[in-house]
Design a protein around this ligand. Sequence first.
Ligand SMILES: C[S@@+](CC[C@H](N)C(=O)[O-])C[C@H]1O[C@@H](n2cnc3c(N)ncnc32)[C@H](O)[C@@H]1O
Length: 415
Amino acid sequence: MDADKAYQEAIRHGRYSEQVQGLRCKYDHVRIHFEDFITSYYLRPYLEDMVKLKVNKNGEGLRFYDLGCGTGDGYELLSKMARQARLSQFDTRLIQDDMMDQYKGIDLSIELLKEAENLFGDYEHVNFCKGDFSNGLPVEEGEDGYDLYFTSYGTLSHCNNEELEKLFVDIGKHAQNGSLVLADFLGRYSYEWQNLWTHDPEEVTYMDYVINYLYQEEEREQVELSSFPMRLMTPEEVFRILERAARKAGVQLKVLRFFDRSLFVGRHIETGTYNGNAQPLRLMVSSLFERGLRTYFPDLKVNYIPREGFDWQNESLQKLADSWNALVDYTMVLMEHYDSDEELLPYPPQTDVKPLEKAYRVMRQSLEGSRGLYGDIRADLIEAQLGYAIRSLEMNLQQGHGLGHGLVGIIQIVK
Ligand SMILES: C[S@@+](CC[C@H](N)C(=O)[O-])C[C@H]1O[C@@H](n2cnc3c(N)ncnc32)[C@H](O)[C@@H]1O
């Protein structure tokens, strides 16, 4: 299978399954501080309700099914998910060990499953096995339903419409009332693949996906990599599939929310493979979170080039780019004034964009409060705050319309 071959190449290259963090690898800072955070942020309130419900039912635990689990990333995300905690509290995990009854992960790739086994296979309530979700939901006869059917990082874009419909029918039948699906697709109108945008909303679109983003720019040109088809999605297309699946399964598949994840920091924002106007924005944002390293701010600004004929997409992405750039500019001004030892740092420009207003305030407060602190204040404190502020703009200036690398739906099964 093409996808399996492509993942094997990425594993051989070394940066796909390796648990290293940093600037350009699978677990770069954007994955940790943006992407995993954003998925957890939107999922958390629903899981919190589930935990409360279970605690009231004599401490019954939660059951998770991770489809396309890779190296067990879903386990990592779910088991580390934080609840709202006070500063003085040490253990912030929402799902304590005794609240996780079962985590099952399936994948097509034996290599990834081996790595998952190495990392988490010893845990009592965790199990991994080979399984293919393109023929429906792989479950044993009599296997109990799960509280959450989890997917991540565009996994469901591996399926075509028929396969998705069958998968949702099976989940609808297998799940219990109130179970959730985290359905993770690739967004149809991500800036990363602007060359692939199409005018006909009825047209089903696929891309030839290539995992070349782990390579340095020079290496990228020299290696020959396999590609595989990935379905690009809008919420309307997901709704249509869910409607058909719900009818066939005789259940309600209720969309609780959609969100876009990674509008200007997706994996392909810097490869230029699907958009000639690519910029290394993911690397620059990742650099904001790297301790001890200062980032060159002018390269952090988004030079959004609109595509003619795509008005609503251009308008939304331009609005985000403008706020993002205004925040970077203001932070540079603040740093210059800070250096000149002026008592009062300049107030931010007026804006009607509420998330930007808050981000301005946070940056000013961070610089003001940082006078006299230890360490490289810019690299370790100001830049990290700017990273979080940009993340907040990405989260608050999106509406789940398919404008990000990830289009994610949280779906509830009602029986
Ligand atoms: C985008 S990756 C996500 C991996 C991992 N969950 C993560 O968060 O990084 C998609 C995963 O789905 C697996 N996959 C693709 N098609 C599959 C199928 N039909 N059945 C099972 N796994 C599949 C791939 O091997 C790969 O590990």
